[in-house]
Write a protein of this length. Structure first.
Length: 95
């Protein structure tokens, strides 16, 4: 199984094979698994999957997904965000 690895602050270009994902439980909690048009698999948090689906991404649509690292003002902690830009616009952000 070829899994798409997300690098922090590096956008990944994605084309879904089908718009619906499958909810799976894993080591890091619930994730939604999507099959990509190039045969790879990607796992994203459920809120990211919801935002992708809410934007109406259809099979064959290309978009970018970026895992970003943001400094939190509380004790200088780090929060990992996901941004899903589509057609040049960001449509999904986790805080």
């Amino acid at each position: 199984m070829n899994i798409l690895p997300f690098q922090v602050n590096v956008p990944a270009e994605i084309t879904l094979e089908r718009p619906e994902g499958t909810l799976v439980q894993g080591r890091y909690g619930d994730r939604v698994m999507f099959t990509l048009a190039d045969g790879r698999i990607m796992y994203v948090p459920p809120f990211v999957a919801s935002k992708i689906q809410a934007d109406g991404v259809a099979p064959g649509d290309r978009f970018q997904l970026c895992k970003t690292q943001v400094r939190n003002g509380i004790n200088g902690g780090v929060i990992i965000d996901h941004e899903a830009p589509r057609r040049g616009h960001f449509v999904a952000v986790e805080k």
